[in-house]
Design a binder for this molecule. Structure first.
Ligand code: BGC
Length: 428
């Protein structure tokens, strides 16, 4: 064996509703498409048509031997207008969840993954304190309708990425450039997560369940100074790390609000996560008030540095804030032609296998090639290839490698020879 993972280490895949379901949904991403903000102009209404193909996709997951599956339900479908609930959509998701469970796969349900209904966006969504109750009403509905079927939840996906991309960097709709708004979103997300955490626990406890697990998916990056000994680069790395992950993590998991966040909700200190959810992709080299990438490093097809060591370095930082079991809720890479994904998988899982941190789960991003936000259909992250014209699915080489890893709970010498040996990364 090249390396072995623990027998109770569970492996599966992750997806998000907007990125795979397709269909015309009145949310911020349909709006972004209408406004011409998607680089290849591909429409999220196509994506993988998973909404109509979940039977076949669940069968495929079963065939691949997946043990766990993280996926989202679309708030804008369930509540298309303020105060309105679409019962057909609820029944659709109930059926999908049952199928997943019948296939022997454990569901982890995401409640907010970068998509908000337009009626909520029009009110200023999470930038405003007075809007948070709309999301909590959705969470209440989720408890009532899905609470007895699902025991594991991600409340909010990557609060930091969403807040900064939409409201500070202005790269995602509604394209604002306001640090004040980004901070408000993070303050409100923290409260929303903590309330949702308590609500889901209370609801399931009343039903007599004791296996409830709730957290959020935390996007973590390594922030290293571009020049190791440059004091300005070092200082800025620390500030960015705090703004981007230190402060949001402490607020969400412990109810401790530090600059740049503020406890506007008078949240009580506590422990608001049953596991640490880590979404890890890459490292940033900090030049000053902005980031870049080190020269001469391996890159994926979006030019992100491939830096396996970072999965441990970032996780350790979060673990030091709250020592709980670790679930890698996303890790993967954009590899359009599936040339190096197997090596990426090998190296990241190898780091996990040789670490003494309590890793319990790994959800690979993504199950299928997915509609990649502003990159549209052009960036491919899937273990399964999707032909967007015909919607045909085919397992990629890296998908077969992943199946082998799950079956053997590690990488055998044969699998290494077959799938990994000889793969070179592109260096830039
Ligand atoms: C997001 C996914 C996205 C992936 C790759 C994560 O930040 O949660 O939705 O597709 O990264 O960019």
């Amino acid at each position: 064996m090249k390396f072995k993972l623990k027998d109770n280490f569970l492996m599966g895949v992750a997806t998000a509703s907007t990125q795979i379901e397709g269909g015309l949904v009145d949310n911020n991403w349909n709006k972004a498409y209408e406004e011409g903000l998607i680089k290849d102009n591909s429409n999220p209404a196509r994506a993988d048509d998973h909404y109509n193909r979940y039977h076949e996709d669940t069968l495929l997951m079963k065939e691949m031997g997946l043990e766990v599956y993280r996926f989202g339900i679309e708030w804008a479908r369930i509540m298309p207008k303020e105060g309105e609930v679409d019962e057909d959509v609820i029944n659709h998701y109930l059926d999908e969840i049952k199928e997943i469970k019948d296939a022997g796969i454990k569901p982890l349900l995401t409640l907010h993954h970068f998509s908000s209904p337009m009626w909520f966006m029009e009110k200023g969504e999470f930038t405003k304190k007075e809007n948070v109750h709309y999301f909590l009403e959705f969470v209440k509905l989720v408890c009532e309708r899905f609470g007895s079927l699902v025991s594991e939840y991600i409340t909010i996906n990557e609060p930091n990425i969403y807040a900064y991309n939409c409201y500070y960097f202005g790269v995602w709709y509604p394209n604002h450039h306001s640090l004040k708004e980004a901070r408000s979103v993070l303050n409100n997300f923290s409260y929303a997560h903590i309330e949702a955490y308590k609500m889901i626990h209370d609801y399931r406890e009343k039903l007599g369940f004791s296996d409830t697990k709730v957290s959020f998916a935390n996007h973590v990056r390594v922030f290293d100074p571009y020049k190791k000994h440059n004091l300005w680069h070092k200082f800025c790395s620390k500030v960015m790390e705090r703004m981007f992950q230190g402060a949001p993590t402490k607020a969400m998991t412990l109810g401790k609000f530090k600059w740049p966040l503020k406890n506007i909700w008078k949240v009580k200190k506590g422990e608001y996560a049953d596991f640490i959810g880590i979404n890890y992709y890459s490292r940033s080299a900090i030049v000053g008030t902005h980031d870049t990438t080190y020269e001469g490093t391996p890159r994926n097809d979006l030019d992100w540095e491939i830096y396996p060591e970072g999965i441990i370095r970032t996780t350790k930082k979060i673990y030091d804030i709250l020592p709980k079991p670790i679930w890698i809720t996303e890790n993967g890479t954009c590899d359009i032609n599936d040339k190096f994904r197997s090596r990426f998988l090998y190296e990241h899982l190898e780091k996990i296998s040789s670490s003494n941190l309590p890793f319990e789960r790994y959800y690979h991003w993504c199950f299928l090639d997915n509609w990649e936000w502003c990159e549209g259909e052009s960036a491919r992250f899937g273990l399964v290839k999707v032909d967007y014209e015909t919607q045909d699915r085919s397992i990629k080489d890296s998908g077969y490698f992943y199946m082998d890893i799950i079956k053997n709970k590690g990488v055998t010498d044969d699998a290494f020879e077959k799938y990994v040996k000889g793969i070179e990364y592109r260096i830039k």
